[in-house]
Design a protein around this ligand. Structure first.
Ligand SMILES: Cc1cc2nc3c(=O)[nH]c(=O)nc-3n(C[C@H](O)[C@H](O)[C@H](O)COP(=O)(O)OP(=O)(O)OC[C@H]3O[C@@H](n4cnc5c(N)ncnc54)[C@H](O)[C@@H]3O)c2cc1C
Length: 460
């Protein structure tokens, strides 16, 4: 690799790129990373981390309300958006610096610049400087998309801008039914805004278990969020000092902000992929094999730009596996099965494995264990809420193939349930585990009889 300036050039200093750069450098590679915005990428700067901080902020509202049943008198509470944003920004800046320090410690160089491919071994920085690299890793992530162009779309914001609003919007319309839309609905509502969530499909959270989708909607509505399904924003019109959002139904909803969370696409525009001969998949993402190698054998891609499972820990795992494969003499393919995921809505969703409908399509026999109950905390607070817990079991092998929770602590539960599901635990293993009382999670080891059992019709 002596003919090259570096052994590895990483385009994108986000979750996947930073992990790959660090591990490759630790394996002895000469590494350079280019980041055009801020080190840490989407997750740290305008994704998971600031989002979760906002979620924490939004949950105090419910806690204050619930406190009365437990004997507390909470004085009239007030919320200051500017304080939250400033404190969040301070924490994000700290994390960004920590990412820089990690790369420096590993010996990787960082170029604070956009980088594009010139050919399969050459990358060009914004300054015009060209760097020759033996290997190139594309880790450029994704970017928000706005769907169909509608009149007034220029007034809409994406999640990127939602983290930096100067003023708190007291009326928010959110278009989208995915996890980002649902999470922001909970955040703004919890912080005191009137929120209308508009989704063109008939049920929010496509891809999640149907019971989870229905249950979450009921819970969101109980917290004052207006959910309009089978509907979309048709136009965003300017009114005096606010927006008037025209729905496809013809109704108008007033809003101070209109947030579009209608999906994300791979960040491939003007990246020079064609010049390097890198092929794209039909959905516009970078096509890769199970070792994250593109159609060009010295160019790899990891994370959201490959649109496999667009989550931070997956991008990190892919980046690590790439570095081990190419620079650590340890070929590693990432196993994308049974990746746990959460929606930090209010209440939270945690899930791992198959949904009921996926299991019923794939398995000969599917046993469903379902429980819905009022959480203990809600008894004294008087809050009208219920927890949903669901286990999906392969009726022939007894193996637990899916766990789904809607309720407080759901994400934490899903992370641990994922260990059992990944190990292939059976329903009998769950049953053999003594309950931890009093918790909601104990329901997972005390559901004795299936609430439903389905046998797949044999194919003709
Ligand atoms: C609002 C929101 C909430 C989310 N919440 C969660 C969550 O709770 N849990 C979870 O697991 N995931 C969450 N995600 C998804 C998660 O953020 C991504 O899956 C993850 O960041 C992907 O990592 P990546 O390395 O592929 O890309 P990114 O982290 O997006 O990093 C790509 C980097 O490349 C840079 N870049 C792009 N093009 C160039 C170029 N040409 N030159 C130089 N630099 C370039 C970008 O500026 C960016 O910093 C969330 C995402 C969003 C938007």
């Amino acid at each position: 690799m002596a003919d090259y300036d570096v052994d590895l050039f990483v385009i994108g200093g986000g979750s996947g790129g930073v992990r790959a750069a660090r591990i490759a450098a630790e394996h002895g590679a000469r590494v350079m990373v280019a980041e055009e915005y801020r080190l840490g990428g989407t997750c740290v700067i305008r994704g998971c981390v600031p989002k979760k901080l906002f979620v924490y902020a939004s949950r105090f509202h419910g806690e204050f309300e619930d406190a009365a049943g437990y004997g507390w008198t909470v004085p009239q509470s007030t919320f200051d958006w500017a304080t939250l944003v400033a404190n969040k920004d301070r924490e994000i800046a700290r994390l960004e610096a920590a990412y820089g320090a990690t790369l420096a410690k590993a010996g990787a160089k960082v170029a604070k610049s956009r980088a594009v491919l010139v050919d399969r071994h050459t990358v060009q920085l914004a300054s015009g400087e060209r760097v020759r690299a033996a290997y190139i890793l594309v880790a450029t992530g994704g970017t928000p998309t706005y769907g169909d162009s509608i009149p007034g779309i220029e007034h809409a914001i994406s999640s990127n801008e939602a983290f930096h609003l100067r003023e708190f919007p007291s009326r928010v319309v959110i278009q989208g039914g995915g996890y980002i839309a649902v999470e922001f609905a909970g955040i703004f509502a919890g912080l005191g805004a009137h929120v209308t969530l508009v989704y063109r499909g008939d049920m929010i959270l496509r891809g999640f278990d149907d019971d989870v989708r229905k249950h979450l909607r009921v819970e969101m509505e109980a917290r004052g969020i207006r959910v309009l399904t089978g509907c979309k924003v048709a136009a965003i019109e300017q009114a005096s000092g606010h927006f008037s959002v025209r729905m496809s139904s013809g109704n108008h909803v007033p809003a101070d902000r209109v947030l579009f969370a209608t999906g994300r696409s791979a960040n491939v525009a003007k990246l020079g992929l064609e010049a390097a001969g890198v092929e794209l998949a039909k959905d516009g993402s970078v096509a890769v094999d199970r070792f994250s190698r593109t159609s060009v054998d010295n160019i790899y891609a990891v994370g959201d730009v490959t649109n496999r499972i667009n989550l931070t820990p997956v991008a990190i795992r892919e980046g690590h596996a790439f570095a081990d494969t190419v620079f650590g003499a340890k070929p590693t393919a990432v196993d994308h099965s049974n990746v746990p995921t959460a929606v930090f809505s209010e209440p939270e969703v945690g899930t791992v494995g198959l949904t009921e409908s996926e299991a019923r399509a794939q398995l000969v026999q599917t046993d469903v264990y379902k429980a819905m109950f009022k959480p203990l905390k809600a008894t004294l607070s008087g809050r009208s809420t219920s927890v949903l817990m669901k286990l999906i079991v392969d009726g022939l092998s007894g193996r637990v193939v899916g766990c789904h929770v809607v309720g407080e602590g759901a994400a934490e539960m899903a992370q641990l349930a994922a260990v059992a599901v990944k190990m292939g635990a059976s329903k009998a293993d769950f049953d053999a585990t003594i309950a931890l009382h009093p918790t909601a999670a104990e329901e997972f080891v005390t559901m004795r009889k299936p609430t439903a059992s389905f046998v797949r019709e044999a194919a003709e």
